[in-house]
Design a protein. Structure first.
Lengths: 285, 124
């Protein structure tokens, strides 16, 4: 029952968040119109605070979302350039694993000794692997990694992640926003691991994780990486491999309360904005 | 095609030259030796400080690893070729932008490492 409820909340969550963002932007437009028709000093302090809050949060949110969109566009261009300039023939082991998983034509190899596999691209996602991947992993481990990436590919996870990050950026002043985006990313990783388990053994997936997560010996590279497991994502994936149930990081109560408080203040300010607009429309102001 | 490789790796011409010397030698080198090797095949010699500046910049960009040797430093390239530098740079800069990586490279803490190793040993 709780599981059903959680799933229902998960599906309802996205349209609800989208509607909330649309309403916020609309109210911010109203707020600017109110400034224009009532003069920049509205007649009471409460109205002034409410209208300014709605307009300012919308401006901050739109700026942060545009920044994320611009970075994503730059990243996609950089990846495309990589795939063009540094493309390599698919190593035979990768090719046969890709064909076995029905991924022919969707996997590309780039020159890099460091083993990695990523899925990228919004409209037509592709899997990008380094040619070092085939050297680092056994054929069975390669199968596990490609099955994991295939799940990202078929579910268009790069697009989902972008949507989550755009939304989180729009609400970046709310403490739960980044937690929500991390949660979406983690849920996709966990789903991809489950898909990999349907194709490959648990041992293969675990050893691929072990080989690819461990840092290379070179300290200069180590310095460029985050220390530990900041989002707790590897921890959750290992827990899922161990007993089928992931240990997802919880949202701290203080951050949840702060977010709820922030949303309540925003809702009150939004109501005030809408009220003012109605009053202006009715000729009362 | 040196220009295309440099563009892909985001490297300047002097940076590419320094890296070629280090790749050719296959061992860590101090700035003075790199400068000598570059100037051996060059009409107008480069100043030591120029080469030092270029190599410090490469170290700051994490393309060269620097370690102490005696009273000075020796430098090693982190990547095997300019293609790898380009790949590394893109992943480091845009790792969070609309891509799903199999696993992020992290400083694996000993507890997690042991749990993963435990999963290798006992097949389900």
């Amino acid at each position: 029952m709780t599981r059903w409820l959680r799933r229902a909340a998960g599906t309802a969550c996205w349209p609800a968040l989208g509607a909330a963002v649309a309403a916020h932007v609309a109210l911010a437009v109203l707020a600017v119109a109110e400034y224009a028709s009532l003069g920049w000093l509205l007649h009471t302090g409460y109205d002034l605070a409410a209208v300014t809050l709605v307009a300012a949060t919308a401006v901050v949110g739109l700026a942060a979302s545009s920044w994320v969109a611009a970075r994503t566009a730059a990243g996609s261009r950089a990846l495309r350039r990589l795939a063009v300039y540094h493309r390599r023939a698919l190593p035979p082991a990768v090719r046969s694993a890709a064909v076995a998983l029905g991924l022919a034509g969707r996997v590309e190899a780039v020159a890099a000794g460091e083993p990695f596999a990523v899925t990228c691209g919004l409209a037509r996602p592709r899997i990008l692997v380094s040619d070092g991947l085939a050297e680092a992993l056994s054929p069975a481990e390669l199968g596990a990694v490609l099955a994991h990436e295939r799940s990202h590919l078929t579910h268009r996870d790069p697009a989902r992640l972008l949507a989550a990050r755009l939304l989180a950026a729009y609400g970046c002043y709310l403490p739960a926003a980044s937690w929500m985006a991390d949660r979406v990313a983690l849920n996709r990783e966990l789903a991809a691991d489950r898909a990999a388990l349907a194709q490959a053994g648990r041992g293969e997936l675990a050893s691929a994780l072990l080989k690819l997560a461990a840092l290379p010996a070179c300290p200069a590279v180590a310095a460029a990486r985050p220390a530990g497991d900041p989002a707790g994502s590897l921890e959750a994936r290992v827990a899922q491999l161990e007993h089928g149930r992931p240990a997802r990081p919880r949202l701290a109560m203080s951050r949840a309360l702060a977010t709820a408080g922030g949303l309540a203040v925003l809702a009150a300010a939004g109501l005030c904005c809408a009220g003012l607009a109605a009053a202006i429309q009715g000729g009362m102001l | 095609m040196p220009d295309q490789r440099a563009r892909g790796g985001g490297l300047g011409p002097l940076e590419a030259e320094v890296l070629r010397v280090l790749w050719d030698s296959g061992r860590p080198m101090p700035v003075r030796e790199v400068a000598e090797a570059i100037n051996a095949g060059r009409g107008s010699p480069l100043a030591y400080t120029t080469v030092l500046t270029v190599m410090s910049r490469l170290a700051r960009k994490k393309i060269l690893a620097r370690s102490r040797s005696g009273r000075g430093y020796i430098y090693t390239p982190v990547a095997a070729d300019s293609a790898e530098i380009a790949v590394r740079g893109v992943l480091a800069e845009f790792g969070d932008a609309a891509l799903a990586r199999f696993v992020e490279q992290v400083e694996l803490d000993p507890g997690l490492r042991a749990r993963l190793q435990g999963l290798l040993e006992k097949p389900r």
